[in-house]
Design a binder for this molecule. Structure first.
Ligand code: NAP
Length: 254
């Protein structure tokens, strides 16, 4: 029999939102699995720190400044990745915002900002990368969703709506592109300790409430998420497309 292959050697990956948190760790893990990694976000100093860290670990990475709210920047950056690194095999659409507001307090600006990053930016990154991948006849797109895409979380109305949209985009793109060699999936984590969640998870009562609802009895780690991304990006994940892989410690099983 052929054994499953989790190696990403000779693959070129782009990770958005790589300047901190999950994106930072996923980029390192992709490089560790053998990929050359293009790392993108607005905070360029942090991207350069990441590039140095990956190089120290023996990998290859290049930084690309990117604000995913701007479609022209998305197109230019993804073209630059292809020109600089020769191809684009893996896109991890990780850039995202979280916010905690009771629904009655949400402003139009809150709505527009979150949708611009979490949903519109993600879609146009898929579109720009999809054009390249379809021409290559090979590609892996992994969209960072959330457990909040399939269950409601109090005070997260816009976030939940944006991540529900991510799952639906994932399914439709999988239908359109899988036969041409481009798989499209989402990873849906539970609470992961990152700069984006530290303030809430550092509040003991909040942390306690989260862990009590998690059947696995702990919050997730960036490594838990990176493992799912690598599986979906690797040859081992070839048959998986149009799915939302819950990395949620059982949160949505109840
Ligand atoms: P984080 O620590 O707040 O980091 C967010 C990343 O997104 C940063 O690198 C940030 O980079 C980037 N970003 C934000 N706005 C951007 C923009 N306009 N253009 C380009 N990049 C932008 O977040 P995280 O906790 O690691 O979460 C990462 C992803 O996982 C998000 O999609 C989030 O919804 C999802 N997720 C997180 C959790 C969790 O518990 N942490 C759970 C489920 C899902 P710059 O500010 O430098 O641009």
């Amino acid at each position: 029999m052929e054994y499953p292959n989790f190696s990403l050697t000779d693959q070129v990956a782009l990770v958005t939102g790589a300047s901190r948190g999950i994106g930072f760790g996923v980029a390192r893990a992709l490089a560790h699995a053998g990929a050359t990694v293009a790392v993108a976000a607005r905070a360029t100093d942090e991207l350069h720190t990441l590039v140095e860290e990956i190089q120290r670990e023996g990998g290859t990475a290049v930084a690309f400044p990117l604000d995913v709210r701007d479609n022209a920047q998305i197109r230019a950056t993804i073209e630059a990745v292809q020109t600089t690194l020769g191809r684009l095999d893996i896109l991890v659409n990780n850039a995202g915002l979280g916010a905690n507001h009771p629904a009655l307090d949400v402003t139009e600006a809150d709505w527009d900002e979150m949708m611009a990053v979490n949903l519109k930016g993600l879609f146009f990154c898929c579109q720009a990368a999809g054009r390249i991948m379809l021409q290559q006849g090979h590609g892996r797109i992994i969209n960072m969703s959330s457990q909040a895409s399939v269950v409601g979380i109090r005070d997260h109305a816009v976030y939940c709506a944006s991540k529900g949209g991510v799952n639906q985009l994932t399914r439709v793109l999988a239908l359109e592109w899988s036969a041409q060699g481009v798989t499209v999936n989402a990873v849906a984590p539970t609470f992961i300790y990152t700069p984006g969640t530290a303030e809430r998870l550092d509040t003991p009562s909040y942390y306690q409430g989260v862990v009590e609802r998690l059947p696995i009895g702990r919050v997730g780690t960036i490594t838990d998420v990176a493992a799912a991304v690598i599986y979906l990006a690797s040859p081992a994940g070839a048959l998986v497309t149009g799915t939302v892989l819950m990395v949620d410690g059982g949160w949505t099983a109840q």
